[in-house]
Ligand binder design. Structure first.
Ligand SMILES: NC(=O)c1ccc[n+]([C@@H]2O[C@H](COP(=O)([O-])OP(=O)(O)OC[C@H]3O[C@@H](n4cnc5c(N)ncnc54)[C@H](OP(=O)(O)O)[C@@H]3O)[C@@H](O)[C@H]2O)c1
Length: 310
């Protein structure tokens, strides 16, 4: 099978590229500059040129605060861009795996959300993602929508990388202890996405298209997540103990309304594809290790420049 990864320079996009390379899967990844999903003609041209069997869409406006501030841009990408991809894939006979989010739910249920629960997004990001899902369902029959939550990895500007940076700088970390979900390591989400496509590729009947949930194992609070990042990083790099303080969401002055309890049930994924959850704490260890190695090679390159100048 041949995959086309769209949004390949994002944190999940990069993980998808690594997993495909590790598994020797025929793939091509295009970043925003190479393929803008707001341009329908460009999508058709790429599909005709590359002839993939599957497109994986990791392109999005994923910053919840930015989405709230720039709603029109957010809808142009998270809803209309997905519609463009769906239309082009359907016309070219290509299946589409699209990533979505727990933010489609309102976080009021107090129980894990299944794929049967009715979405009720509470902010621009969540609504744009939900409308993107709806467009995909309408326009491209051969699709998978894979919702996930609190995705983290060493690349990009996310809760994990911001927390890690504060720990390295010796700054106080304040994190909400009233938001509960399951952190999900980018590499785990990428591996699951590819595993689904591999199974679809060798099964023709019954069609397994539709919406699924995947998040790593173990609901937690933002506070516990931050504390785990801090402890893992201080142990790994012998940094001074970081101070992580639990706060109420209201104290954080977040611009966009955030879901309070958005744990996703992964039962459907398990019973359909036999895919189990991996632990997010293991993901934190890997991401900290990866970031520390990147930091040391960065430091090494920096010192080489200094030697050269000296
Ligand atoms: N992050 C989370 O916590 C989380 C949780 C659940 C689900 N998800 C979903 O997972 C998917 C991947 O998210 P992520 O965390 O990897 O986000 P990310 O790191 O922000 O990556 C998104 C990528 O999309 C690109 N992009 C933006 N507009 C584009 C356009 N018009 N055409 C093509 N590419 C465009 C961005 O490029 P530029 O930066 O150059 O614009 C960026 O490289 C998204 O669908 C997101 O909704 C994320």
């Amino acid at each position: 099978m041949k995959l086309l990864i769209v949004g390949a320079a994002g944190q999940v996009g990069q993980a998808l590229m690594r997993v495909c390379a590790d598994l020797h899967i025929d793939h091509i990844g295009l970043g925003h500059e190479q393929l803008d999903i707001r341009q329908p003609e460009s999508i058709v041209a790429v599909l005709q040129r590359e002839k993939p069997d599957y497109v994986v869409n990791a392109a999005a406006v994923s910053d919840v605060t930015l989405a709230q501030a720039e709603a029109a841009e957010c809808y142009a990408i998270n809803r209309d861009g997905v519609a463009n991809l769906a239309r082009a894939c359907s016309a070219q006979g290509v299946a589409l795996l699209h990533l979505s989010t727990d933010y489609v739910f309102d976080g009021q249920l107090g129980l894990p959300y299944t794929e049967e629960h009715k979405p009720n997004p509470q902010n621009v990001y969540g609504n744009s993602k939900y409308e993107g899902e709806e467009a995909l369902r309408e326009l491209c029959e051969r699709h998978i929508i894979l919702r996930s939550s609190w995705v983290f990895g060493p690349a990009g500007n996310n809760f994990f990388s911001r927390t890690l940076q504060r720990v390295r700088n010796g700054e106080l970390v304040r994190a909400a202890n009233d938001q509960i979900s399951c952190p999900t390591y980018t590499e785990h989400l990428a591996t699951v996405s590819i595993a689904i496509l591999q199974q679809l590729d060798c099964q023709s009947e019954p069609p397994l298209w539709g919406t699924y949930h995947y998040c790593d194992r173990g609901p937690t609070t933002r506070y516990d997540f931050a504390r785990t990042i801090a402890t893992t990083a201080t142990q790994r790099s012998e940094l001074p103990e970081a101070e992580v303080v639990p706060v109420e969401s209201a104290e954080l002055n977040e611009r966009a309304q955030t879901a309070r309890h958005s744990v996703l049930s992964t039962d459907k994924l398990f019973f359909t594809f036999g895919i189990r959850q991996r632990g997010w704490r293991q993901g934190v260890k890997r991401a900290v290790e990866y970031a520390a190695n990147q930091q040391s090679s960065h430091d090494l390159n920096g010192s080489k420049v200094l030697h050269g100048n000296g």
